[in-house]
Design a protein around this ligand. Structure first.
Ligand SMILES: NC(=O)C1=CN([C@@H]2O[C@H](COP(=O)(O)OP(=O)(O)OC[C@H]3O[C@@H](n4cnc5c(N)ncnc54)[C@H](O)[C@@H]3O)[C@@H](O)[C@H]2O)C=CC1
Ligand SMILES: O=C(O)[C@H]1O[C@H](OP(=O)(O)OP(=O)(O)OC[C@H]2O[C@@H](n3ccc(=O)[nH]c3=O)[C@H](O)[C@@H]2O)[C@H](O)[C@@H](O)[C@@H]1O
Length: 440
């Protein structure tokens, strides 16, 4: 059993802390946000993630999971220190490493013996070396020759399925520079190792690049099916069948071939931009990644056009929007397509009624600047009452069960924009709606 510190108690930090405790480690989660830490100490989980609250409470109760703002004690008492802070996009598209390097400095200040410092955050290639140099400079200024290792251990969890993704990953990636570091990290992940989860053990740069290459490829794959979907609408093909036909080829797989209004989330957009920047910084523009970024923005605007081309002048029209989070089973609105789409609809004079099972709190903040045109409702039936059209932007499972006869009678108009292809056209048109989706 190793004593672990996780610096940064956001999505990844919290899931990592709770799951490493589940693996039998003793974990201290640190954050500079005092309110967040106090909330966690009092059982308040600041994010909506299925299963997280239960896992955090279980290990907090068994004193295997601790929360603090005191990084000094946490560093002194831990053998392995994971950096899980944010790496948001800067103006030039690169990842902002301010927080990562700040934590590296804090660790160097309090290091009191051999430590393994692990980059869990998604960081551009070369960051591990920067972390190492930052710590080394501070130690040498103090004539402190304490040894340490830096490890890259990128995370692949998806929001909404984060616990399962962490406990049963497809693989564990370790960028290491010593046998000792590899040995300790294999012990930290002894449980998944025991379940046959494969490890990829490589150098820091390769581990860092695996993360970006994977995320950008997944973003590209989604963008590819979105573009095929747009062409399907012109040539009368069915993108759902195309995805099925493609996906039967095991080299392609059916995963991540669902077209929609564009990808969102805190990572695909930011990581694609960061990788594109790395390409340009090395005089090797990654044209496919750069085009993915452009095409994804275009996809959101294509959705707006689809609405205004079919509903005509939106001035004074009301739309009932079902789902605004970037995907189901999360309250996260970071880079959600709804942010661009709703703003454009309001700009065209539309009024919006919104229902999202988990997105209201964040949504109110994000749409505060247009709050006179956006009304939050407490359920999907209230959100569609008296509207001219329905707009589905997030495929929350409950929306598939909506009572179509009831909503047809409750609505003023009959426009039905299903941008997640939840329904079959025939079923919706049979109820008297004008049905619009993506690629069918
Ligand atoms: N959200 C996700 O699904 C995934 C995120 N990642 C990566 O993990 C990293 C973290 O992402 P999230 O957890 O989503 O971010 P987040 O924004 O939810 O959490 C980051 C936390 O770090 C804290 N923090 C920032 N600077 C700090 C400092 N100097 N000392 C202590 N705490 C500090 C913040 O207060 C915040 O609570 C990013 O690099 C992201 O790309 C990787 C895989 C999945
Ligand atoms: O680095 C990260 O943060 C994470 O980013 C993504 O996970 P996440 O963003 O949580 O969610 P996804 O399920 O990947 O969906 C991302 C976006 O793509 C969209 N998407 C996904 C799949 C698909 O077929 N079509 C599609 O439009 C979703 O609606 C969503 O907006 C990756 O899937 C994770 O492996 C990675 O760890």
């Amino acid at each position: 059993m190793h004593k672990i510190a996780v610096v940064g108690s956001g999505y990844v930090g919290l899931v990592t802390g709770a799951c490493l405790a589940e693996f039998g480690m003793e974990v201290t989660c640190i954050d500079r946000n005092i309110a967040k830490i106090n909330g966690l100490k009092n059982g308040r989980i600041p994010i909506y993630e299925p299963g997280l609250e239960q896992l955090v409470k279980k290990h907090f109760h068994h004193k295997r999971l601790h929360f603090t703002t005191n990084i000094k004690t946490a560093v002194e008492e831990s053998e392995v220190i994971l950096i899980a802070v944010g790496t948001p996009t800067k103006e030039d598209g690169s990842a902002d490493l301010k927080s990562v390097l700040q934590v590296a400095e804090d660790i160097a200040k309090y290091i009191n013996g051999y430590k393994i410092i692990v980059d869990k955050s998604t960081v551009p290639v070369g960051t591990g070396q920067k972390v190492k140099q930052t710590i080394r400079n501070i130690l040498s200024n103090k004539n402190n020759n304490t040894s340490f290792d830096v490890v890259s251990n990128p995370e692949f969890l998806r929001e909404g399925s984060a616990i399962n993704d962490f406990l049963k990953p497809d693989r564990i990636v370790l960028g290491v520079e010593s046998k000792m570091a590899e040995k300790v990290m294999r012990e930290v992940y002894a449980v998944p190792n025991g379940h046959g989860i494969p490890f990829i053990v490589t150098n820091l740069e390769t581990a860092e690049m695996i993360k970006y290459a994977a995320n950008a490829f997944l973003a590209l794959k989604i963008t590819y099916i979105n573009e095929i979907a747009n062409l399907c609408e012109r040539v009368g093909a069915d993108v759902k069948m195309i995805a099925e036909g493609m996906g039967m080829d095991h080299r392609i797989s059916p995963k991540f071939l669902q077209p929609g209004p564009g990808f969102g989330g805190s990572c695909f957009p930011k990581d694609a931009k960061a990788l594109a920047k790395t390409g340009r910084d090395n005089s090797l523009p990654l044209t496919l990644v750069e085009q993915t970024i452009i095409a994804n923005e275009l996809q959101k605007h294509r959705m707006i056009e689809k609405i205004s081309n079919n509903m005509g002048d939106l001035k004074g029209k009301t739309l009932g929007v079902l789902g605004i989070t970037f995907k189901p089973e999360t309250d996260d609105m970071r880079e959600a397509p709804s942010l661009v789409i709703l703003e454009a609809l309001v700009r065209k004079g539309a009024y919006i009624k919104v229902y999202d099972p988990a997105g209201e709190k964040e949504g109110r903040l994000r749409f505060n600047h247009i709050k006179d045109k956006v009304v939050f409702c407490q359920d999907e039936y209230t959100a569609i009452k008296e509207v001219d059209g329905i707009l589905i932007l997030t495929e929350w499972p409950q929306f598939k069960k909506i009572d179509l006869d009831y909503i047809k009678n409750q609505m003023k108009g009959n426009y039905f924009f299903d941008f997640r292809n939840i329904f079959e056209r025939s079923a919706i048109e049979a109820k008297g709606f004008q049905y619009y989706c993506v690629g069918r």
